[in-house]
Design a binder for this molecule. Structure first.
Ligand code: PMP
Length: 402
């Protein structure tokens, strides 16, 4: 009898199971709208030309070696990432109250943040939106949080933000709660608060003394503009909050599997920085000792070279614009077919994902009858749409709904 025989099969991770099913499907017109990864107009993955260029330069640099990075990562990278997020005129940066820690993409940065809050500051309750990126719960629970609570976010009827519900739920937070907020391009709804709404959200977070974590996986990818997409984060900094922001370079640099992210920490007083860094060091040391260098070097190189930086901004625009175009095309195609209901939300939503409003049964119907792979929640990745398949997808939605 194996000692492992007591192990029960864990629940499959929906998005990965969906990709596998898509790969195994031999139907010619199959479409993968599950995974959140950019695709070109031809439906293929894209390595940003600026990334290729940086890689060539790095490969030619004989002075680089494979020695360990420091536990908190490549400092040039984390400094550049923190500045990109907060803006070079940030008061917190000028006063040495903000710093970055290299982490294993957005997920790793959330995990380090959660471990720190649980172990060092004794937080036990976190709040996430309904719906949210499903991994938030696993990350926070595994990091030692005891209670996961939710705040209303998506109003099904309005197909938009339920601000009142959100504020009410946050007002009911117990003392010492952590709140996870999506900085921009909310996953999965694609629906962000307006600036006025952000102010009201920040009021409640302040009133309830919640600790905010801004999850920033899509800076630049949402609107095509790095500053615009960082507005909420910079607003929290200007209001004087102490907070963590978990940055991912998976989407905006197309560096998905390089696992490159940054945990930005903003504190009220520079005097606490040394101690906080020392405890973050021990957390990382106990988990994976130190992060890998390849992605960090690429990002640092691009962000610190004015010409490459401009080129990268061009790449971001290309990706964001293609997504915006596909939103228009899908809405147009649905309206042309006379698909029942309003499809305005498809173009008002932002970022990689759209919450179509299709229910679970309809979403499964899309997969089983039309080979259009999408999450049960009705979420689709706009990046999987191309000029070549958008009519097919619109037609599948029409047939499914009518
Ligand atoms: N947070 C959110 C909201 C996300 O959508 C993602 C990417 N799916 C992440 C964090 C982190 O992803 P990664 O670890 O690949 O950077």
């Amino acid at each position: 009898m194996s000692v492992f025989s007591v192990v029960k099969e864990g629940a499959p991770i929906e998005v990965f199971a969906l990709t596998k099913a898509y790969q195994d499907d031999s139907y010619e017109k199959k479409v993968n709208l599950g995974v959140g990864a950019y695709r070109t107009e031809k439906g293929t993955p894209w390595v940003l030309p600026v990334v290729r260029q940086a890689e060539k330069m790095l490969a030619a640099d004989e002075t680089l070696n494979k020695e360990y990075l420091p536990v908190l990562g490549f400092e040039k990278f984390s400094a550049a990432a923190t500045t990109m997020l907060l803006g070079s005129d940030s008061q917190a940066l000028l006063e040495n109250r903000a710093f970055g820690v290299q982490a294993l993409s957005g997920t790793g940065s959330l995990r380090v943040a959660a471990e720190f809050l649980a172990r060092q500051l004794g937080y036990t309750t976190y709040f996430v939106s309904v719906p949210t990126w499903e991994n938030h719960n696993l990350v926070f629970k595994n990091a030692g949080f005891v209670e996961g609570r939710t705040y209303r976010y998506w109003n099904e009827t309005k197909r938009g933000l339920d601000l009142e519900g959100m504020l009410d739920d946050l007002r009911s937070a117990p003392d010492k709660s952590v709140v996870i907020l999506h900085a921009c391009a909310h996953n999965p709804t694609g629906c962000d608060p307006t600036q006025e709404q952000w102010k009201l959200i920040a009021d409640v977070v302040e009133e309830k003394k919640m600790f905010p974590i801004l999850d920033c996986a899509y800076q630049g990818f949402a609107s095509g503009d790095l500053d615009k997409d960082a507005w909420s984060v910079r607003y929290f900094a200007t209001r004087g909050f102490e907070f963590f922001c978990c940055q991912s370079f998976a989407k905006n640099f197309g560096l998905y599997n390089e696992r490159i992210g940054n945990l930005t920490c903003v504190v009220k007083n520079a005097s606490v920085v040394t101690n906080v860094k020392s405890q973050l060091t021990l957390i990382v040391r106990g988990m994976y000792s130190n992060p890998p260098s390849h992605g960090a070097r690429i990002v640092a190189h691009v962000l610190s070279d004015p010409q490459l930086f401009e080129e990268w901004k061009g790449c971001i625009k290309t990706m964001a614009s293609r997504v915006i175009e596909m939103r228009k095309s899908l809405r147009e195609a649905l309206e042309k077919l006379g698909t029942p209901g309003s499809w305005e939300h498809i173009t008002s939503q932002i970022g990689m994902f759209s919450y179509t409003g299709l229910n679970e049964q309809q979403s499964l119907h899309m997969v089983n009858n039309f080979h259009v792979y999408m999450l049960r929640s009705g979420r689709i990745s706009m990046c999987g749409l191309t000029p070549g398949n958008v009519d097919y997808v619109a037609n599948a939605i029409y047939e499914t709904i009518t």
